[in-house]
Design a protein around this ligand. Sequence first.
Ligand code: ADP
Ligand code: ZN
Length: 601
Amino acid sequence: MTPQEVLQTYFGYDAFREHQQDVIERLVAGSDAFVLMPTGSGKSLCYQIPAVIRKGVGVVISPLIALMHDQVAGLRENGIRAEYLNSSLSADDAARVEEKVRSAQTDILYVAPERLFTPRCRRLLDDMNIALFAIDEAHCVSQWGHDFRPEYLRIADVTRQFPKVPRVAMTATADDVTRREILRKLELTEARQFISSFDRPNICYRVRLKDNGKRQLRGFIRDEHAGETGIVYCRTRRRVEEVALWLEEQGINAVAYHAGLAPEKRLTAQKRFAREEGIVVVATIAFGLGIDRPDVRFVAHFDIPMSMEAYYQETGRAGRDGEPADAWMIYSLGDVVAARQMLMRSEGDETFKLIQQRKLDALLGYCETMACRRQVLLRYFGEVRDEACGNCGTCRSGGADAWDGTVAAQKALSAVYRTGQRFGAQYLIKVLLGQEDERMQRFGHDRIKTFGVGGELTAKEWRSVFRQLIALGFLTVEMDRRAGFVLTDKSWPVLRGEQDVQFRKDAAPKKSKREKRPEMDLDPTASDLWEHLRKLRHEIAQGLEVPAYVIFHDKTLKEMAVQRPATREDLLQVSGVGETKADRYGDQFITAITDWESRSA
Ligand code: ADP
Ligand code: ZN
C-alpha cells in the first residue's frame, strides 16, 4: 500500500498535513528523521504509517506508560495490530504480546524505555523483524529539561545494534540547544530534520485582569465551555484544592490533581480525565506529560506560569484535535509580586536566578502586551509574523488601548523612592492619593513631595500602574520582609524624564458574553443529532472501556451530524472514518441517524 492508501483506508483522512508525507516516505525508504512539530500536528502518523507499510514491527519507545493502553486501543479501532509492553502487564500477558511480536502478527509495538534494556527485551528484539524505531518525546533525553528520563540516554546503545533499521525521533518541545542535544545523544546527527511552525492556529489566546478570580473562572466555563473538558492550572496545591472544591459546589464536574495527593487519588483523577466527557481538572504543573486527550477545549491559568516555555507547553494541551480551543489566563498585581518573590527565594546560584528572572520578564511582558498575542508568543520562539492573527484576545477586541503613562510612572516611582523603598502598593497608593493615616504621619510620609499628587487616577488605576511597572521591570520586589517595591536600573531614566512609558488600558471587566466561535457551533438541528450520536459513542466507549475519542473524534461526529450519511459509502466520506471503523460501527451510527431523522420528521 502507498502512504496515501494507508491514510485513507486505516485512518479515514483525505490528505497529509505539512511534512507528514515527506517523513513517511523517508522512513519507508529506510532513512532516519527528526521531527519537531507542535502538539496536535500529527506526529504519530509519521511513524504509524511506515510501520504498517514496512515489513516487520514498528518499535515505539515512549515514556508515557499511562497512555499506551489508550493509544493501542485507538490503533486497533483503526484496524492496525498494535501491542504494548510495560510494567502494567502481567507476566502472562507480556509473554502473549512477545509471542505475537515474534510471529509477526503485530504492526506496532509500544515499549517503555526502561523495558528496552532488559535481557528479555534484547532477546525479543534479536528474534523479531524490526520495521523502524520511533522515539517519542525525544526531549526526555535532555538533562536540562524538566522531563528528563535517564533511560533515554541509553536508547542509542540499543538502536546502534540495528544499523539497518530506520529511526525517527519526535518532540514538540525543543529550543536550539535541546534539539542539538537530542540529535547528539540519540546519534541522529545525520538525520533529516523536519521542523514546523510553532503556531497553534486553533487556540485563541486571552489574558484578563483578575478581579474576582473564581467568579471569572466560573463565568468563563459556564458561558463558553459548559459540559466541555478543560484544565485549570493553579500555582499551589492549596489553591488547586480550593478551586476544585469551589467549582464542584458550583455544579461543574471538577477534580483536583497535584503531586501531594495520595497515589490512588492521583490515579483516579488521571483516569477520570482520560475517560469522562466534560471534566475539568484543576491542577498544578505536576499534571503534564502524558496528557494526550485530543478534545481538551480550554486551558485556564488561574495563576501565571513562570515562563513563556511553560505557558506554551501548558496551553498547548488544548485543542490537539485542531478544533477551536481557548487559552485563558487571569492575573493581578498580587500574582506579579508573588511570582517575582517566589523566584528570588528559590534555590540556585545567581546565574540560574538571572535566567529564570528573564524568563519571567518575558512572560509578564506578554501579559501586558498591546500587540497581537500570537505575534508576541511566536516571536519569543523565533518566528516572526507580520500580520496580526485575528484569533487572540487583542485581535478580537479590536486591539488594546494604550495611554501615555510617563507622568504617572514618575509619580509612582517617586513615591517608592521617597518612602524609602520599603512599602507595597497599598501604602504607596494611599500616599499618592493623599490619604494619610497614623502610620504615615509617624513616618512623616504625609510631608513628602509625592504626597497627594495622584488624584487624577483612582486607586484601581494606580494598582494597574504598579502592576505594569513591575511587569515591565521598572520596579521590582524586595526579597525579604514584606514585598516592598524597589527601584531598578530601568527606573532612573523614567524618573529623570529621559524615557516615556506607555501603559495598557485595562479592559473593563465585561459581563462575560457568550463568545463561541461560529465554526464550533452546529445549527440547532445538527446539534440535536450530535447530542444523540455522542450518547451512542459514549455507550460504545464504555462497553469497550476506552475513551470516547478512540471510537470517533468530536470532529468526525460533528461531520456526521451535518452530513447525515445513509450508506457505508457516505460514511467513508466523513473525515476520520476508515474501513475498520465503518465495518465496526457503521451500522450502529447509520441506524441512529435514520432513526433520529424519522423521529424528527
Ligand atoms: P501529535 O502527536 O503531533 O501531538 P497526533 O499524532 O496525536 O499529534 O495527532 C493529532 C490529531 O490530528 C489526531 O487526532 C490525529 O488523528 C489527527 N491527524 C493527524 N494527521 C491528520 C491528517 N493528515 N488529517 C486529519 N487529521 C489528522
Ligand atoms: Zn492576534
